[in-house]
Every structure is written in C-alpha cells, then in structure tokens.
Design a protein around this ligand. Structure first.
Ligand SMILES: Cc1cc2nc3c(=O)[nH]c(=O)nc-3n(C[C@H](O)[C@H](O)[C@H](O)COP(=O)(O)OP(=O)(O)OC[C@H]3O[C@@H](n4cnc5c(N)ncnc54)[C@H](O)[C@@H]3O)c2cc1C
Length: 408
C-alpha cells in the first residue's frame, strides 16, 4: 500500500490509538507518513472500548465527530456501581463543557478503522498492515529508521507507538521506571437482553471486583484478580468460576451457561510503567510505549490519543517545512509527562486503596466508602470524577496545520 520503495519523512511503528492518531495528524499537515502495524487487521486483543469526552472533542475539532459516531457504539452519560450491595452513582458526564458529554463505548477496531479512513483522505498517509518492525536503523547514535519484515525503511523521525511491550523503546535503550501492577484481568462475554439505557457498571463485594460494560446484547466482563493467580483460578474449574461470578453479580447469572470453556475467558495482564526519557535523536515514544496504563479509569486510549495530538502540535508544522526536529522532541515529553504522572498516580492509589484491599486482602466490603456516600447525598460532587475521567489533565486541542483539504 503506497510509498513502497520510497522513504517516508515520518515512520510510525504501531497502529494502535497513539500511532493511528499520529498518522492522521502528521499526514494532515502534509508530512509524508508511513504507519506500520504488525497485525493484519485492527481486531486485536481486547484493550478497552472507551472513547472519552476529551477524545470526542478532538474529533469535533477535526470536523469528524459525526463520522466517528456513525460507527456502532453505546453512550454512557453516567458511571454507576454496586458497592457492598448498594447501587451508587460515581460520575456524571452530562455537565462537561464539551460537544459530546458521554463516554462512547466503541469497539477499538471501529475506532481505529475510522481513524484510518480519515487518514487515507490525505495523500501523505500510508498504512502497511502485517508489517512488523524488528529493529532500528542507526546513523551513529542517531535513529534513522527501522527494519520492517527484513526491509530497511529510513525516515527523518521514527515514532515508537508499539504499545506497552514496545520493542523500539528497548532497542533505543530508553530508561524505564516500573510502577508495578498487582492485578490481572479475566475478560469474557455474557449474553443479556437489550435495554434502552446503557447499564455499564462495576461491582465491588468482599474479595471480588467485576467491571461490566453493557454492549447491547452482551456484557463485556472484566474479572479482576491478584497477579499470577490465573492458573489457580482455572484449576478450581469453570463451574466454580461461574458460581463465583454469579454470586458477585447476580444479574449475570441468566447468561452464564453460555460460558462453556476457558477458551472464552481471556487473560489480560496489566502493567504500569513509564519512561523517564521518551526520546533520543531521531526517535520519540508515545502512548503505552512511553507509559503503559492500567485499565483503571479506562483512560489509556485517551492518553495515547492526547500524546499523538501533542506530538503533532509540536512537530508536524516544522516537519512539514522540512526542519529538523530532534531539538523539539523533549517538548513533547515535557508537555505530556505531567498528565501521565497524575493519572498513573491515581491508578496506583486506586490499586492500593481499593483493589489491594478488596482483591488481595479480602477486607470485608459492607457499604460504599465515605466519599462515594457523600456523592450520593450531593450529586454535584459526581461532576468531579466525570471531569477527571472524561477530560483528564492538560487536555490537548488540535493545533497542527492542515496542508490540504482531505479528498473524501
Ligand atoms: C486489560 C486492559 C484493559 C484496558 N482497558 C482500557 C479501557 O477500557 N479503556 C482505555 O482507554 N484503555 C484501556 N486500557 C489501556 C489501553 O489499552 C492502552 O493504554 C492503549 O491501547 C494504548 O494505545 P497505544 O496506541 O499506545 O498502544 P496499543 O494499543 O498497545 O497499540 C500498539 C500497536 O502496535 C502494534 N505493534 C506492536 N509492536 C509492533 C512492531 N514491532 N511492529 C509493528 N507493529 C507493532 C500492536 O499490534 C498494536 O496494534 C486497557 C489495558 C489493559 C491491559
């Protein structure tokens, strides 16, 4: 697809939320951009379905919100939970000062496919699927490209957007700080009847934590447990697992018969880390490659997208004009490190305060914590988590140039 034999200006490794969004924005600015994705399609392992109000706002700024929302999705204007048997509201997005005041629950492949469609409208954009980068190319100690399926591809800049197991960040020897994530997740579907209002929720009882995403005719369930315990749970047998899930979330019980084999239960391992330096001459890491996010809060996709926007805001204009950008790379890290730190700090606090007590230490949960009870008495307080989750910190706006109108 496009550009074979001809070197791009920008080589992006990884077609996840960070890489695809960066591909769209740099190509939109007229930078000749090639995105490499090792998979043959966007139907990868599940890595979250939540598109937050801040990301929807970016699509609005790109004039593409309608295109995105024409894809299958559900809207969640509120987040609620069942804590210690009590139904509670946690976040209310309906007051946020943005065009789309809800979380769009959209399969990640629809999201990525939509970004790819938008990007293809710009002639500077190319996407190669089934294209795995296996090494970096060096010019002295400057990165000057990558090897893809055995073929060297040179570029003025390489963006490592290859996720939390990033090969590129390792090859570039970027220093990493492991923050530790004591949990893993089992991920499975349970059929349900459709309802008018999206009923996504979380269930917290003594020793158990389940997140339930309402996907219309099925629940997408995340069962959280202590890291490394997957085999022990499997060994206890599927019957025990089903009984455990039904006892934790009785609303799942009617559909649980459909869960007939461990093949239907996917293990997702959780990691939390960040690079202390996101760049070196010729290379910049963004998204999970720069900071692997935990699923807590469902903010990883949005943070990855915001990184891409910041990178394009700082680099796309100069690159389109032909300027060298090595001296600008640190500015992307400076801009994005603060929100990364704050969100990871929140994720760690949630891990330690809630997950550690509930899942690892079995502390009895008889009623919601005081802060959540306060939110029920004063619903206006539910706007605070809505702001933190929905908009985050230092949210980005599209400031990178558009070189030519898209050919749609
Ligand atoms: C269990 C779990 C649940 C989660 N749930 C949510 C959620 O509900 N909402 C949310 O916002 N976030 C969630 N997250 C976090 C979220 O998945 C990530 O933060 C987000 O996907 C990061 O995007 P990214 O583009 O940086 O990386 P990724 O999405 O990991 O994309 C990296 C891409 O690079 C490709 N790639 C890797 N290596 C190479 C290579 N060598 N050559 C070519 N291509 C390569 C991969 O195939 C992949 O497509 C979850 C994470 C976990 C672990």
């Amino acid at each position: 697809m496009g550009m074979t034999g001809e070197n791009p200006d920008l080589l992006i490794v990884g077609g996840g939320p960070a890489g695809m969004m960066a591909g769209l924005l740099f190509a939109r600015a007229g930078v000749k951009t090639l995105v490499l994705e090792k998979h043959g399609d966007f139907l990868r392992d599940f890595r979250g379905d939540t598109v937050h109000p801040s990301t929807l706002e970016l699509f609005h700024e790109l004039g593409a919100l309608d295109a995105l929302l024409s894809r299958p999705h559900d809207k969640a204007a509120r987040l609620s939970g069942l804590i210690g048997g009590e139904q509670v509201s946690i976040a209310d997005f309906s007051h946020l000062p943005v065009p789309a005041r809800f979380i769009a629950l959209m399969p990640q492949w629809e999201f990525l496919d939509c970004v790819a469609d938008l990007a293809r409208a710009y002639p500077a954009f190319s996407l190669r699927m089934n294209a795995e980068a296996t090494d970096l190319l060096w010019d002295g100690d400057r990165v000057c490209g990558a090897v893809c399926n055995g073929e060297p591809i040179r570029a003025r800049l390489v963006i490592a957007a290859d996720g939390r197991r990033s090969l590129l960040r390792e090859r570039a020897e970027l220093p990493r700080e492991d923050l530790g994530a004591p949990i893993d997740v089992f991920w499975f579907r349970v059929p349900k009847a459709r309802t008018d209002v999206n009923q996504s929720t979380g269930v917290v009882t003594t020793g158990r934590l389940l997140a339930l995403i309402d996907r219309g005719d099925y629940w997408q369930c995340a069962y959280v447990f202590g890291k490394g315990m997957a085999d022990a749970i499997r060994e206890r047998g599927l019957d025990n697992f089903r009984a455990d899930v039904a006892a934790t979330a009785p609303l799942l019980a009617p559909g649980l018969d459909e869960l007939q084999s461990w093949d239907q239960v996917k293990l997702l391992t959780v990691e939390l880390d960040r690079l202390t330096c996101w760049h070196r001459p010729g290379l910049l890491a963004i998204g999970d490659a720069a900071h692997a996010m935990s699923p807590i809060g469902g903010v990883g996709i949005n943070l990855a997208v915001q990184d891409a926007v910041a990178a394009a805001n700082i680099l796309a204009g100069p690159m389109a004009e032909g300027s060298a950008v090595d001296d600008l790379l640190w500015r992307v890290q400076r801009r994005r490190m603060l929100p990364t730190r704050i969100i990871q700090k929140m994720q760690r606090t949630a891990q330690n305060r809630i997950i550690d007590r509930v899942v690892l230490k079995n502390v009895p949960i008889t009623r919601p914590p005081r802060i959540i009870r306060l939110m029920q008495r004063f619903p206006i307080l539910q706007r605070i988590p809505a702001w933190l989750i929905g908009l985050g910190f230092r949210r980005e706006h599209i400031r990178s140039p558009e070189a030519s109108a898209p050919s749609r």
